[in-house]
Design a protein around this ligand. Structure first.
Ligand code: HEM
Length: 463
């Protein structure tokens, strides 16, 4: 392969496939090894695709921020169009900018604050169902909880339990089929080809669409005085002379459901897993919660003082970033900080590899929430730690996700101790998001002091 100017040499790879099979065998290890061995801008060939793996933080910032107009989202993301339509994760150019501007105010920190009570009350509801001594598959529990929170913050409280289940089941089914397709040659098969998988996926999406369109239609009829996200979207759609069609509303609603719940559920799963393996950090968290909350459930006003809780989340997002890879495609030939990127080439920026760079983080594989205490995040170049991406396409839900993660973790940790039911190490696998390769089974033990204002109740052992 002829190396474009400014780029180092890359791994030799296979004559026809380049590094594709090495990448597919273990994408996380591949990205880390290649960046450490070959440097900050490494040319790669992945089957038919030419790519550059960027690890230079200022070049990453250039691609995502200052020179973002020279790039668009990569093919893999566009494949999700079947489910997400033209929602803001996928759209580009003017339509994206318009939607982003319309939706942005609903996600400012101050707007998101109004959802704190829903986040806590839904968590308390889940905790009330848990029993002392029981063992839970924590990823499953958290996925259910974050979906309930996402549905209620989007649609309000009047969606039934069955409808929440329908949303969860449909998203899971469609997600599984899309995942199979993104990671195999089926990627090139159109959605209408009636393979059994495509049929199941299309049926799941149709069920979901029926529900979402029905809710949108009901809500147009009585806009009322609501504070949920759909109300905000309808208000801007209503007031916007160019109009947001019901189809666009559907795409944004499903985009928010998809982007907004699994990522947070996985972050909380990894956080509880890490805490269960690190008793000292667990004890520090316990002490913070005891002193700040004094036995009552957390609320919005506690957030500024739940510093260590927040650092646990920041450190979890460093070690297990749900968004482990950000990819862009060059729209034209472009020079990025002296690295020449050709039109059509992919630029890969790996949160996984950047967050574990030993030049940036001391003892990078160690879980140390206290490393964030001295305002580390503000001192770091942005390309060294970017769990929510950066630039105009930065995660719109970052404040929502941080607020939810801190409140849910605090509420759970206050009520229960979590012990690993097995000592096996969970291995992260890069699917659409970074998930554990096995169920994380946690044994629950009610903490000695019960939440004040509630009666001390006996809990039965049910496993
Ligand atoms: C811990 C949880 C989360 C993580 C780690 C995460 C991560 C990310 C990342 C890395 C991106 C940028 C992708 C890129 O540049 O290609 C992104 C975009 C996005 N996220 Fe999140 N996210 C999380 C939670 C949420 C939540 C709660 C919501 C909504 C309520 C959300 C909605 C979105 C949307 C709509 C985009 C696309 C923004 C655009 O392109 O304009 N995310 N997220």
């Amino acid at each position: 392969m002829v190396t474009p100017p400014g780029l180092g040499t890359g791994p030799p790879g296979h004559r026809f496939l380049g590094s594709l099979s090495d990448y597919n065998a273990d994408p996380l290890a591949f990205m880390t090894d290649v960046s450490r061995r070959y440097g900050d801008a490494v040319p790669l060939r992945l089957g038919p695709l030419h790519a550059v793996l960027l690890s230079d933080p200022s070049a990453i910032e250039s691609v995502l921020v200052t020179q973002n107009r020279s790039f668009r989202k990569a093919r893999g993301v566009r494949r999700l169009r079947t489910l997400l339509g033209n929602g803001i994760v996928i759209s580009e150019g003017e339509p994206w900018l318009r939607q982003r501007r319309l939706m942005q105010p609903a996600f400012h920190r101050a707007s998101v604050a109004r959802y704190a009570d829903t986040m806590v009350s839904r968590t308390t509801g889940a905790l009330d169902r848990w029993r002392d001594g029981a063992t839970v598959d924590i990823a499953v529990e958290l996925r259910r909880l974050t979906l309930e929170i996402a549905v209620e913050t989007l649609f309000g409280a009047d969606v039934t339990k069955d409808e929440v289940r329908l949303v969860g089941d449909s998203l899971e089914l469609a997600g599984a089929q899309l995942q199979t397709r993104v990671s195999s040659l089926l990627m090139f098969l159109p959605d209408w080809v009636p393979t059994p998988g495509n049929r199941r996926m299309n049926a799941a999406i149709a069920r979901l669409d029926r529900l979402v369109y029905r809710i949108i239609e009901d809500r147009w009829r009585s806009l009322g005085d609501r504070e949920d996200l759909l109300a905000l979207l309808l208000a801007v759609a209503d007031g916007d002379e160019t109009g947001m069609s019901d189809r666009q509303l559907r795409d944004e609603v499903i985009t928010l459901l998809v982007a907004g719940h699994e990522t947070t559920a996985l972050t909380l799963t990894w956080a509880l897993y890490l805490l269960a393996r690190h008793p000292a950090a667990d004890a520090t968290l316990e002490a913070e919660l005891a002193s700040v909350l004094d036995g009552r459930p957390p609320g919005l006003e506690d957030l500024p003082r739940l510093r260590f809780t927040e650092h646990v989340i920041s450190e979890t997002l460093r070690l297990y970033p749900a968004g482990y890879l950000t990819a862009r495609e060059a729209i034209h030939d472009v020079d990025v900080n002296g690295y020449r990127i050709r039109k059509g080439n992919l630029v890969l920026m790996s949160q996984w590899a950047r967050h574990r760079d030993p030049r940036v983080f001391e003892d990078p594989d160690a879980f140390r929430p206290e490393r964030w205490t001295e305002g580390l995040e503000k001192q770091l170049p942005r390309g060294d730690y970017f769990p929510f991406g950066m630039g105009p396409r930065q995660c719109i839900g970052a404040s929502f996700a941080m607020q939810e993660s801190v409140l849910v973790l605090a509420a759970m940790h206050l009520r229960f101790r979590f012990e690993l039911a097995s000592n096996d190490e969970a291995v992260p696998i890069p699917q659409v998001a970074l998930q554990p390769d096995r169920p994380i089974l946690l044994r629950l033990a009610v903490r000695g002091e019960r939440v004040s204002g509630q009666e001390r109740t006996e809990h039965s052992v049910d496993d």
